[in-house]
Design a protein around this ligand. Structure first.
Ligand code: SF4
Length: 342
């Protein structure tokens, strides 16, 4: 188990539930738009929000933004140590810095102020911005990312700063998985997971599900971000779905067969309608919607609720027992009633 790092009212690591993170696409200087986007993300289930502090005005706007949101605020810092100091003064809960563009000698003041403000720091290695010394020696890969992380973590520890979260992201899924496995074994600090620059919606969902999902399956990872080009509101349902299907977050897991020539009821429409209706539900349930008697009864019995299709009807299973034979026009209402009741 990793160390626990408290940020705001949330705890990262230490065996606590995996938290969902996102990043705003607005300019932080535009407080109204930024707060509006964060509140919408909160509503969907975002647990932690990162905002780019790339100008003095942006860093200074963070104190007003923080007052108006309800989840921990993280400042994203690159190149300029002054932005880290301004963000910490503004009261952010965590800052993210990148060793590839933040020299060690700039760190002392940041670490001292973070300690004073009880803020955490994420050391975020990115394969696209590795330090020159490691890049020249090892090229892009696990070793260069690990050495860069080791250098920074040692420095933080020497200075007595241990409120640390680590991340190592790459646009390559296999590299993301490989480096995070090494980090999880090497360091006691929580890990933030993500496949960076994952692309547009469909590609990003697949890369994230494989990369983040395979690490979570092995028990690694304490926060995650599904990075999708475009509106960050798209990220949260995908992140929730990854956690739900892995049993790491409450949610209704709908399983449904692809259907084939044996299916004799309106199963496709039903599966889509039910999947939409249960999105975001705070229930720990598996619902099986199956087309026919081949795999239907088996899957339906295994699930909390299940349907095994017949001719224009389906058998409804609850906790392994058949409780009704339901005509197809009543299936949606009946199934949703049962879900609500459980
Ligand atoms: S459960 Fe039945 S309808 Fe669904 S894919 Fe299998 S055989 Fe086809």
């Amino acid at each position: 188990m990793t160390k626990a790092v408290k940020i705001g009212d949330r705890i990262i690591g230490g065996g606590f539930p995996v938290l969902i993170q996102s990043m705003t696409t607005t300019k932080a200087e535009d407080v109204e738009k930024t707060v509006e986007q964060i509140l919408a993300l909160e509503e969907l289930g975002c647990d932690i929000i990162r905002v780019s502090a790339n100008t003095k005005e942006a860093a200074m706007a963070l104190s007003e933004i923080k007052k108006r949101i309800h989840i921990p605020l993280v400042a994203d810092i690159h190149f300029n140590p002054e932005m880290a100091l301004l963000s910490l003064e503004a009261g952010v809960d965590k800052i993210r810095i990148n060793p590839g563009n933040m020299p060690l000698d700039a760190l002392d003041k940041i670490l001292a102020l973070a300690k004073e403000k009880d803020a955490a720091i994420r050391i975020g290695i990115n394969s696209g911005s590795l330090e020159k010394e490691f890049l020249e020696k090892y090229g892009v890969g696990v070793e260069s990312m690990l050495q860069s992380m080791k250098k920074y973590v040692s420095y933080f520890e020497e200075k007595g700063f241990e409120k640390i979260v680590l991340s190592a992201k790459a646009s390559d899924v296999a590299l993301t998985v490989a480096i995070n496995e090494v980090l999880a074994k090497e360091f006691p600090y929580p890990l933030h997971l993500g496949v960076t620059e994952a692309g547009v919606y469909e590609t990003a969902v697949i890369k994230s599900a494989i990369g983040i999902g395979s690490l979570l399956l092995k028990g690694y990872g304490d926060t995650l971000r599904v990075s999708i080009t475009g509106d960050p509101l798209q990220e949260i349902p995908v992140a929730k779905e990854i956690l739900t299907v892995l049993g790491l977050r409450k949610g209704v897991n709908v399983i449904s067969c692809p259907t084939c020539g044996r299916c004799e009821y309106n199963m496709v429409d039903l599966a889509e309608k039910v999947s939409q209706a249960v999105k975001g539900m705070d229930k720990d349930l598996t619902v099986a919607i199956m087309g026919c008697a081949v795999n239907g009864p088996g899957e339906a019995r295994e699930a909390d609720l299940g349907l095994a299709g017949g001719r224009k009807e389906a058998l409804l299973f609850k906790k392994g027992q058949i409780i009704a034979k339901v005509p197809q026009e009543e299936l949606f209402t009946r199934l949703m009633d049962e879900i609500e009741r459980m």
